[in-house]
Ligand binder design. Structure first.
Ligand SMILES: [Fe+2]
Ligand SMILES: [Fe+2]
Length: 290
């Protein structure tokens, strides 16, 4: 399949729309937690930050959809907005259900030009790669019950779908505009990743990233940069293997991660271990119980 063609557009849009899963965050099988696990969940330092990121993403994606003329691309971006709003709802449900104290952070008025969406999309690619590492380590350490991790696995898979959609859409647009030479593309991708890392999307409120501290820092104290990169790369391979092989995947973060790992260690990335599909298990249990 040739990039930048109507067939390419139909594939990445339809795949995205058709893999949307309907559910209400409030009706998911949230497990009850013992005192120690609940204390650990409440000590997670990123709740306010994560909720504000989701709230801002939802508004930004919804606004950007209004600027799109192509009806199929518009429909797909609207599906992403639905999922980002649901992430915001899911986060706030976690906070109320488990009694987590996390003050709401200012969301501001997001801007949604094409340039802003590029920065946002590449920023999501970075966030998903880091999320893969964090989630994989949380699963490995079994710090939360699998039913809870299963719910967050679904959320992370939705974010993975967002970055696959974004990567294909960006290449579709760049190819059609005659800007698809590999060197230029790599420089552009690096530029947008850097802009995202510097938090230069529109008038985004400057919210400093919290530090990992307290009980959480203790649990992850033995995680070295090498171990984190190995976990992120293995999880990236595992999740991206679920995506239609005809679609492009984000390449820059896995490439930079692999290079960093090579610089930090002479050991190759570990093979992906067999991993249980927690989301599926959670919902199968729910079906059996119903
Ligand atoms: Fe999200
Ligand atoms: Fe997203």
């Amino acid at each position: 399949m040739k990039l930048g063609t109507p067939e390419h557009r139909d594939l990445f849009c339809r795949q995205f729309i058709e893999t949307h899963v309907s559910f209400d965050p409030e009706r998911l099988p949230w497990p009850s937690l013992d005192g120690e696990t609940l204390a650990l969940l409440r000590a997670f330092p990123f709740w306010s930050y994560a909720e504000s990121i989701e709230a801002r993403s939802a508004r930004m994606v919804e606004l950007f959809a209004h600027t799109i003329d192509d009806p199929l691309i518009k429909e797909a971006i609207n599906v992403q907005a639905v999922e980002e709003y649901r992430h915001e709802r899911l986060m706030s449900h976690v906070l109320s259900f488990y009694g987590v104290e996390a003050p709401a952070l200012p969301v501001g008025e997001p801007r949604a030009t094409r340039e802003d969406f590029y920065v946002f999309g590449f920023g999501e690619c970075t966030d998903v790669f880091i999320g893969f590492g964090a989630f994989s380590l949380a699963r490995e350490k079994e710090i939360f019950p699998s039913a809870l991790l299963g719910i967050f696995e679904q959320l992370l898979f939705e974010e993975a779908r967002h970055v696959v959609f974004f990567t294909n859409w960006w290449r579709y647009e760049e190819t059609r505009a005659g800007r698809d030479a590999p060197v230029r593309r790599t420089i552009e991708a690096l530029k947008y990743h850097a802009k995202a890392a510097l938090g230069t999307v529109g008038d985004a409120p400057k919210t400093p990233m919290p530090k990992l501290e307290g009980r959480f820092a203790e649990v992850f104290a033995d995680v070295t940069p090498v171990r984190f990169l190995q976990a992120a790369l293995a999880e990236n391979r595992r999740v991206m293997a679920k995506v239609d092989p005809r679609l492009l995947r984000p390449a820059l973060m896995p490439t930079l991660g692999t290079l960093a790992l090579a610089g930090l260690s002479v050991l190759p990335p570990r093979a992906a271990p067999p991993v249980r599909d927690l989301w599926k298990e959670t919902f199968e249990r729910q079906t059996v119980a119903a």
